[in-house]
Design a binder for this molecule. Structure first.
Ligand code: SF4
Length: 477
């Protein structure tokens, strides 16, 4: 237990940190005065961390760090101290949450980005209890238009949560449609709605009032607002649940990675763990660019090779036995399992030749990432490794490509790497389904084209150069 205003914790699970006590904003519902906090008291981040070091409070990397309860963390005078505290704990692996009613410039968050090890290690909560009556109830806070710009940080891979707490009786409920519009416009995934704090002391980690009683502003409108906003976002009643949700997702992904590694570690066909890791990284990059939640793309990317027919046989390939068994073992929700399996069934060049393509955005993202990994420098090297391991040369000037690539004649083990470039690699650019994939594929495609032109020059293979000229002219623009 620690409780000196600047630092509060009942246990090692959650530590509240404030570099300032008091707030200049004048929210009608502010609880600070009820807690005996009047005026402003400040300490530097170093002073607060010193207090922590000198205390006998024990914390570890699983301790959740919560900021923004007894002050406004992003007021001009304490925003630097806020960022220093966040950095200190992010570096040590802790999850950090900050609630604010101010506009947080990207320059400040940018300082934290290199320290964030997984999606959800740092989460910003943008607090608003009313939209239409903000002038009346949240006087002195940031104007809403500017405050809501904080949600644009979602594009920088930071979860930004809509924090509707407290719910003001007969006021917040009038803005449900405005909140829905905000959620849709800003692509907000997570919302916290509720009374300030609950009476259930056994699950409540915060302290309020000197006699240890918890504030409880029960509000009859809450359930209706929760029901309504649940249709457009994930709704939580407590901010700590959002942090737990993201941490649990990260742990699930780690478990899946271990299972996939155990299955693929011996693969040498170019579809092993190195390929999976590259597709995973590229899928995350595309998901961010496309502003799509990365959880499902992560799972599809990690599991898309675990039933490869070359390694595990045709039966596994058609039933996706390993993907199903891994997801069940780590307890992935049934509806997510379905989405992942549906996408995996539709990913692959050969399937595209049969007219089978992913229909979900998550499937499209991973399909693009998978195909991008087959082009560019990596693509050429993978193809070289594979064809060579099957005794095929890099270039066989006597074996020209098929006139038309068809599923009946397409073969992974081709007559040469160069032939495979024409039969597959140079066709991939036009199979991209997302804007992010199209951009990445265009660069990688040009690399292959350039390598082929150089090769034909060096080999004095003018007939092949002409063939390439014609092939490129005929590719759909
Ligand atoms: S921003 Fe928070 S701390 Fe400041 S007055 Fe409003 S409710 Fe109180």
């Amino acid at each position: 237990m620690i409780d000196n205003g600047y630092l509060f914790a009942k246990d090692e699970k959650r530590l509240f940190i404030n570099t300032s006590l008091g707030c200049k904003s004048k929210c009608q519902f502010c609880y600070l005065t009820k807690m005996g906090i009047k005026g402003m008291k400040k300490k530097t981040s170093d002073e607060v961390l010193e207090l922590l070091k000198k205390s006998d409070y024990k914390w570890n990397e699983d301790t959740l760090i919560t900021m923004g309860c007894f002050s406004e963390c992003f007021d001009e005078e304490n925003k630097d101290e806020t960022i220093k505290i966040a950095k200190y704990f992010l570096e040590r692996g802790n999850q950090v949450q900050i609630a604010t009613k101010r506009y947080v410039s990207y320059d400040y968050i940018e300082k934290l980005l290199p320290l964030i090890k997984y999606y959800g290690q740092f989460i910003l909560f943008v607090s608003t209890s009313t939209i239409s009556q903000y002038d009346n109830y949240e006087k002195g806070t940031e104007k809403l238009e500017k405050r809501f710009k904080n949600f644009d940080l979602i594009k920088n891979n930071i979860p930004v949560v809509l924090y509707i707490k407290p719910v003001i009786e007969n006021v917040t409920i009038k803005d449900v449609d405005l909140y829905k519009k905000l959620i849709e416009e800003k692509k907000i995934s997570d919302v916290v709605i509720g009374s300030i704090f609950t009476e259930e002391e056994n699950i409540e980690s915060v302290h309020f009032s000197n006699d240890s009683k918890l504030f409880y502003n029960e509000c009859k409108d809450e359930e209706e607002i929760i029901k309504s906003l649940s249709k457009v976002a994930r709704v939580f009643r407590r901010s700590s649940e959002v942090l737990k949700y993201y941490k649990a997702r990260k742990e699930l992904i780690e478990k899946v990675k271990v299972e996939v590694y155990n299955l693929l570690k011996k693969d040498e066909s170019g579809h092993g763990m190195e390929h999976v890791n590259r597709v995973y990284d590229l899928s995350l990059k595309f998901a961010r660019k496309e502003e799509v939640d990365e959880f499902i793309p992560s799972l599809i990317a990690l599991l898309h090779e675990v039933d490869d027919y070359k390694l595990f046989g045709e039966e596994n390939a058609s039933n996706l036995t390993n993907a199903k068994s891994i997801m069940s073992k780590v307890n992935i929700d049934d509806n997510i399992q379905e989405k992942v399996l549906d996408a995996i069934k539709k990913i692959g060049y050969k399937k595209s030749l049969m007219g089978i393509r992913p229909e979900s955005i998550e499937g499209m993202i991973v399909s693009d990432a998978d195909m991008c990994d087959a082009i560019g420098v990596t693509g050429i090297l993978r193809s070289y490794d594979y064809q060579k391991s099957n005794g095929k040369p890099f270039f066989d000037r006597g074996s020209f490509p098929d006139e038309k690539v068809e599923v009946s004649t397409y073969k992974l083990c081709d007559d040469s790497v160069v032939r495979h470039c024409f039969n597959k690699l140079l066709c991939l650019k036009n199979l991209m389904m997302t804007d992010a994939g199209k951009m990445e594929a265009a660069n990688r495609h040009d690399i292959i084209v350039s390598i082929l032109y150089h090769l034909f020059e060096e080999e004095n293979a003018s007939e092949w150069k002409e063939y390439l000229d014609k092939f490129i002219d005929n590719l759909p623009k």
